[in-house]
Design a protein around this ligand. Structure first.
Ligand code: HMG
Ligand code: MG
Length: 306
């Protein structure tokens, strides 16, 4: 088995992690979270989302968050933008990387973005065109790739069809989401292998919610297939307000622990990241949902190679 020497982690805690929090988190805490994550070595920190504040009140301070964070060289701060309005606001606040998001199931697309999958793709076309003119990077998310809270299991062909449409728009950075955490490792290949075989230009990432405790195992299965980019959320925070029952993402510190123990580089300082996980979950009055941040003794140096 050949493993990659390096993995790209997209930290989604400040967006996916906080968007589902019922109590409004102060803007200063959000800004500090983004800055501390970048300080721990994460090179891509999804900072917020420019969506309807009535739909996701927690993200209503997107402009303030994005324009306040002190940016570090070499770090990008992508933001979610569902439509042109969100794109314009994001770029006005200094975004250099935006993420559009759709789904592999019609019911989830309707509830999440009030559009059919086809309508969502139509909305993305002008965003991609404008982003190209502005020199802004565009990522695409495909949610409910293994299961939908309203439709149940999703056929891999449905995912492939959406990925094809995003690729036709010129989006190559595509994150495939197990939004409600139903996938198991043996199901990674049916969705991911045809995509890997079909288009070598795609930069595929896995976005794995840990609702049933399989996210890290699924990430391992993805690694074995040759996936080298993973979304993860500090402290295992996360959930989508429009996906009933969806809980946190794969905890970034658990992923980093596993990768580093296999000699796979991430650029992250695990000790610092664990501090951030403990701090933010304390701020939210929660327990850390991941494992590594709760482990009180290190059997050996955190970053030691196995
Ligand atoms: P819509 O109702 O079709 O939009 O919503 P509309 O154009 O009819 O406008 C409705 C209202 O929204 C209007 O305001 C607009 O001004 C406002 P009102 O007149 O009622 O006062 N509006 C906006 N405001 C701010 N920013 C904008 C914006 N656009 C419209 N960009 C829309 C369509 C997509 C906007 C809405 O449904 C929405 O914002 N949905 C939020 C979806 C969301 O954030 N979901 C969570 C993130 S996705 C996720 O978590 C999954 C992921 O993690 C991957 C995975 O796990 O699988 C990425
Ligand atoms: Mg998510």
């Amino acid at each position: 088995m050949s493993l990659p020497g390096e993995v790209r982690i997209v930290e989604v805690g400040p967006r996916d992690g906080l968007q589902n929090e019922a109590t409004l988190v102060p803007t200063a805490t959000k800004v500090a979270l983004v800055e501390r994550l970048a300080g721990a070595g994460l090179r891509t920190v999804e900072a917020t989302s420019f969506v309807n504040p009535k739909a996701v009140p927690q993200m209503a301070d997107a402009t303030e968050v994005l324009s306040t964070i002190e940016r570090r060289d070499g770090v990008t701060y992508p933001v979610l933008t569902p439509n042109m309005r969100g794109y314009d606001a994001a770029v006005a606040a200094g975004a250099t990387s935006v993420s559009v998001f759709t789904a592999a199931s019609e019911s989830f697309a309707q509830r999440n973005i009030k559009a059919s999958i086809a309508e969502s793709i139509q909305r993305f076309a002008p965003i991609v065109e404008q982003a190209e003119r502005d020199g802004v990077h565009v990522r695409g998310y495909v949610s409910t790739a293994w299961g939908c809270p309203f439709e149940g299991p999703i056929a891999p062909s449905a995912v492939h069809h959406v990925v094809d449409q995003l690729a036709d728009l010129g989006i190559v950075d595509i994150s495939i989401g197990d939004t409600i955490g139903v996938a198991v490792p043996g199901e990674m290949a049916a969705v991911m292998q045809p995509l890997l075989d079909h288009d070598a230009d795609l930069e595929l990432a896995l976005h794995l919610h840990d609702t049933r405790g399989t996210a890290l195992a699924n990430a391992w299965a993805g690694l074995e297939l040759g996936i080298t980019a993973f979304d993860a959320s500090v402290g295992g925070l996360g959930g989508c307000p429009f996906a009933p029952g969806a809980t946190g993402n794969l905890a970034t510190e658990d992923l980093v622990w596993m990768l580093h123990r296999h000699g796979i580089e991430t650029g992250v300082d695990l000790d610092q990241l664990v501090e951030v996980a403990r701090w933010i979950t304390g701020e939210l009055d929660q327990h850390v949902r991941g494992h590594v941040a709760g482990a009180r003794i290190w059997p050996w140096a955190a970053d030691a190679r196995a």
